[in-house]
Ligand binder design. Structure first.
Ligand code: TEU
Ligand code: CA
Length: 615
């Protein structure tokens, strides 16, 4: 790939994988469309000229920082998009599967202590199997002091006491496999708990050999080694006076980043992964896996990038210099020998970078979660706004059309880090069922693997939290404390309530203890939505065209999303993306309407129709 310089044009920058994704991210932040770059007036300008034009606001360093990041990636994706390649999609179980994410702490409590546990999950395996679920992804169940609900691991080979024992785990794994399902564990190896043995040894004994498992650094003029800040507020550095050293933590003060440049650390991690795979685990979801390689010397974060992304230094660790090398190493030394599945959580990674991580010829990860579909342009999770589904249509169509046959998408709206999409689309729950039906129809008929988050199939919505005391999430509590420096309690709480991760973490309704919660924290499971999920999952399984079939957009008129899936069969799906009834675009001639039964004429608010071509 040609090196980009200040004399390259914006268009040349945009044609590089990292350049494409970064510019897309900037346009997203600034709520500008791609036309801006494609317009020759901008596209043909030299970067040097643009840096002069934007000098004051963005500073010349910004462009140099960007060029360094772009040139750090020598490869370009092997582009197997429809127009460039006829290679068929290689079949795989995880492409045909429907995966269900469980957040153990709030899923099912078997012993009445109000905390979900492994025996609780075991008791719900028949329910999950009857839904048509093929694999379970468990958020962390390892020994942890729970500063971040298990994403701060103290011992990778021990089950968290509150969740049960290793015997409970073995019984659960056996129960899952006996029902022909698979188990995906959560791999949290960007950081460990500060109570992990490695960190304690590193801190207490400089000659333990574990200091270099982390990022211990001398301060600068008595201050932090650099200006990086934490995702959970404040600086990303802890100071340890007993050693007169600082240590890096991109997340909470008790989640210490691991130094993946240390080959001994990588060997220990790979041993641990193989230990679980030898036990029969079928794969891993890999937590913030794109952050594991940090730029040499942990350089200062660029001011403009920090302001724009709210996180200083992110350009030095979200797509680091050795990321591909380390992902390839894990693949070769752990996943391939066990034919294990891998999906990476990769916040900030765009479409082209995702291809370089998941292209099957790259031998790195099978899939990634990209998160740009979760908020509409110019918004963040804590903003008070309603999600415009026209953006989701354009986002998903872009990936459907450009994410080649050698890559495979993950399809999800919810997880344990976000409020529920149905409530983002419309706060007032009066059309809840219609919106949930629309979201499910798209999730199970678009091309990719659906990830259902616990409660999606129950029709759950966001919670009307009344006060900060009802929230336990470390990110929400830290952010609330920060907001109080400049706002009233009421204002601060309103902002936190918009985006708190606790919306997706309340004890599920089938738990006895959930019935003791105050009314505003209780919801009932909706059997209509559960039956809908059962039907859609069965439909997808019965028709391989809905899995491997080609995708083609038929209409993207305002508030309209019509697409077809073709292969052995042909399906057309028409979606009304708004609460305004409207005439259908697709007439359905020569097709039979599968869902909803008896729908015809004007489409109701958020209505979605599935047609199958008659033989
Ligand atoms: O999340 C990583 C991540 O970047 C975010 O989604 C994050 O939760 C938050 O939105 C920061 O802005 C993963 C896990 O999914 C999350 O639960 C953990 O808290 C985090 O990593 C640290 O392990
Ligand atoms: Ca329990």
């Amino acid at each position: 790939m040609p090196q980009i310089t200040m004399d390259s044009t914006v268009r040349e920058l945009y044609e590089t994988p990292v350049g494409h994704d970064v510019i897309e991210k900037v346009l997203l932040q600034l709520n500008l469309s791609e036309k801006w770059i494609l317009n020759p007036l901008i596209g043909n300008r030299k970067i040097r000229t643009l840096s002069k034009l934007t000098g004051k606001q963005m500073g010349t360093e910004f462009w140099q920082t960007l060029i360094t990041l772009v040139n750090s990636e020598p490869d370009v994706p092997d582009d197997r998009t429809a127009e460039k390649s006829t290679t068929a999609v290689k079949p795989a179980w995880w492409k045909e599967a429907v995966i269900y994410q469980i957040y153990p702490r709030s899923f099912c409590d078997s012993n009445g202590d109000g905390i979900g546990d492994l025996k609780g999950i075991l008791s719900k395996l028949d329910y999950l199997q009857s839904l048509g679920i093929d694999a379970l992804w468990l958020s962390p169940i390892y020994d942890s002091p729970n500063d971040d609900n298990g994403y701060d691991i103290r011992d990778y080979r021990k089950i968290m006491t509150e969740f049960g024992t290793m015997e409970d785990f073995d019984e659960l794994l056996d129960g899952i496999h006996k029902r022909g399902m698979k188990l995906i564990m959560d791999l949290v190896v960007n950081h460990t708990s500060d109570e992990h043995e490695w960190f304690r040894k590193a801190l207490n004994d400089p000659d333990s050999g574990y200091e270099d498992y982390y990022f211990f650094r001398k301060g600068k003029d008595g201050k932090e080694p650099n200006n990086w800040n934490s995702f959970f507020g404040g600086t990303a550095w802890n100071y340890y006076p007993e050693r007169d050293l600082w240590a890096l933590h991109l997340f909470s003060k008790k989640q210490m980043d691991l130094n993946w440049d240390n080959p001994k650390l990588r060997a220990d991690i790979i041993d641990m992964i193989n230990w679980w795979l030898d036990k029969g685990v079928d794969g891993f979801r890999m937590d913030v896996i794109n952050y594991i390689s940090k730029a040499e010397g942990l350089p200062e974060g660029n001011e403009t990038v920090g302001k724009m992304m709210l996180f200083y230094g992110i350009e030095h660790y979200y797509y680091g210099p050795h990321l591909h090398e380390y992902l390839h190493e894990i693949r070769k030394k752990a996943f391939d020998p066990h034919n294990a599945f891998s999906v990476g959580e990769t916040p900030g990674i765009g479409r082209e970078m995702a291809k370089l991580i998941t292209g099957e010829e790259r031998e790195e990860l099978d899939m990634v979660f990209s998160f740009d579909q979760l908020e509409t342009p110019g918004h963040i999770r804590f903003d008070d706004y309603e999600y415009d589904l026209n953006y989701y249509r354009d986002y998903i169509t872009d990936w459907m059309e450009h994410y080649g046959s050698n890559c495979w998408m993950s399809l999800f709206y919810n997880n344990h880090d976000n409020p529920r999409m149905v409530s983002k689309v419309r706060k007032d729950p009066s059309l809840r069922q219609e919106i949930e039906t629309l979201l499910a129809v798209m999730q199970f008929t678009l091309k990719g693997t659906p990830f259902v988050f616990q409660g999606d199939e129950m029709g759950l919505i966001n919670y009307d939290f009344h006060s900060i005391s009802e929230l336990s999430d470390v990110e929400s509590r830290n952010r609330y404390a920060e907001l109080l420096e400049s706002r009233s309690e009421e204002e601060a709480f309103k902002i936190i309530r918009n985006g708190t991760r606790d919306h997706s973490r309340v004890l599920l309704p089938w738990n006895e203890k959930a019935k003791e919660l105050p009314d505003h924290l209780r919801q009932e499971a909706d059997p209509v939505i559960t039956e809908l999920y059962r039907k859609l999952i069965a439909l997808r399984k019965a028709h391989p065209t809905l899995i491997y079939g080609d995708f083609r957009l038929l209409s993207r008129r305002k508030n309209t999303f019509v697409y077809e899936r073709t292969g052995e069969e042909s399906f057309v799906i028409e979606c009304n993306l708004s609460e305004e009834p409207r005439k259908p675009v697709f007439q359905g001639k020569g097709y039979t309407l599968l869902m909803p039964k008896s729908a015809f004429g004007v489409m109701k608010p958020y209505e979605a129709r599935i047609y199958r071509k008659l033989k």
